[in-house]
Design a protein around this ligand. Structure first.
Ligand SMILES: O=C(O)CCC(=O)C(=O)O
Length: 298
């Protein structure tokens, strides 16, 4: 990762002593996922996260979820995948377009669903976990709103790539605060098709034609092959701004890449309407200053 490597491992943040109960087979067990203590006591670190993010457009938060939490998350990740496979629905979210046509990827797949929190309480609690929220607050401030989540399973050897693109094309927000945190349930090495970025490219702002589905002058100059791989371990979260140019290579390894992307914006921002993308509008911390009765009632 060279000069763009993470500043330092994510610090441990005091956890609330209150744990959430999970009901499994009629017995109540305590989940390892904890409730958020809203503000991170290590403010210095939040300022460092914000400074790094503002300059580079991304931040790799190390060890956000403990090994015990990752085990729970992986169990429910796999459960969701089995339910998807049993559903008979089309669950292959491989992209199309000229950039994909240039790569020989017709037989590759990426398994996908939106909104893992609609399947699993463990995943719902993961969005409220202390370290995750503290890092998100470092970037967005105290008010953090969930837009949607996305599960991606890139199967071993046949995992599809994502062409380079900017995400603002899909759900532009009035103040451009929208960003994502990719929760890594498995490791993601370069060979496994880890997330790749052009550091600092978020400073270009919104550039037209960068959805990744069509030819683009900017994306021609920023090919997947020249991007910086952000390798990650289970429990790490890669945050990135929605104007950052990003994508990923195929998974050519013998291990599956398992991630859940969490799309977030600040509480004083809102998606420009009309917009048909799934939007949960869930306040994960602080306040949503933009919600209205007519929207909440819809
Ligand atoms: O998970 C990845 O490798 C990339 C996902 C992505 O680019 C996206 O969902 O916008």
């Amino acid at each position: 990762m060279g000069e763009y490597a993470n500043l330092r491992p994510f610090p441990s943040i005091t956890n609330s002593t209150m744990t959430n109960p999970t009901i499994t087979n009629s017995t109540i067990t305590n989940s390892t996922m904890t409730n958020p203590t809203m503000m991170d006591p290590t403010m210095t670190n939040q300022q460092q996260i914000q400074a790094f993010f503002q300059e580079h457009g991304y931040y790799v938060a190390k060890g956000v979820y403990s090994p015990a939490e990752v085990r729970e998350l992986e169990t429910d990740f796999d459960h969701i995948v089995h339910q998807l496979q049993d559903s008979g629905e089309n669950i292959n979210a491989r992209w199309s377009g000229p950039e994909m046509d240039k790569m020989d990827v017709q037989n590759l797949t990426v398994l996908h669903t939106h909104n893992v929190q609609q399947y699993s309480a463990v995943w719902l609690r993961a969005l409220l976990q202390n370290n995750f929220l503290a890092a998100a607050q470092g970037i967005l401030g105290p008010d953090v709103i969930l837009h949607h989540t996305k599960l991606f399973l890139k199967p071993s050897e046949t995992g599809a790539p994502f062409p380079m693109h900017q995400d603002w094309n899909y759900f532009p927000t009035e103040k451009d605060s929208m960003m994502a945190g990719i929760i890594h349930v498995s490791e993601a090495t370069d060979e496994m098709g880890c997330f790749r970025v052009y550091p600092g490219s978020h400073t270009f702002g919104r550039v037209g034609g960068t959805s990744g589905n069509s030819e683009s002058e900017l994306l021609e100059k920023h090919p997947l092959s020249g991007s910086t791989p952000l390798e990650a371990e289970p429990g790490d979260v890669v945050f990135f701004h929605y104007c950052l140019i990003h994508g990923s290579m195929p998974n050519r390894s013998n291990k599956p890449r398992k991630t859940v992307l969490v799309q977030l914006h600040s509480g004083d921002d809102a998606v420009e309407e009309p917009n048909g993308h799934p939007n949960e509008r869930l306040t994960l911390s602080g306040w949503n200053y933009r919600i209205k009765r007519s929207v909440a009632n819809a």
